[in-house]
Write a protein of this length. Structure first.
Length: 84
C-alpha cells in the first residue's frame, strides 16, 4: 500500500484551530461533512487521524508508515554522509 505525505497549515476555525484533510484521503474513504474519524494522539507530538476502527488494520497501516519513515531517515543520513 502506498504511503503519502503532505504538509497542512493550521487554520483558525471560530475559537478553535483546525487542519484540513488531504483530498485523496477524503475521496478514497468517502469522508463527508458529519463523518466521524478516530483520533489518537500523544503528548510527544504524534497525531493520528484514521478511518479505521479495526485495531489490527490500524496497526498494519501504522507499521507501513513507520517503515517508510525509517527508509526516509536512512536515505537522509546517507545523503548527509555524502556531503561530508
Amino acid at each position: 500500500m502506498p504511503v503519502f505525505e503532505s504538509d497542512r497549515k493550521v487554520q483558525e476555525f471560530g475559537s478553535s484551530l483546525a487542519l484540513t484533510l488531504p483530498s485523496l484521503f477524503v475521496k478514497v474513504h468517502e469522508v463527508e461533512k458529519g463523518s466521524v474519524l478516530k483520533v489518537y494522539y500523544g503528548l510527544e507530538g504524534v497525531l493520528i487521524v484514521t478511518w479505521m476502527n479495526e485495531p489490527d488494520s490500524l496497526r498494519k497501516g501504522l507499521l507501513e508508515i513507520i517503515d517508510m519513515l525509517g527508509k526516509k531517515v536512512l536515505a537522509q543520513k546517507k545523503s548527509e554522509g555524502a556531503h561530508i
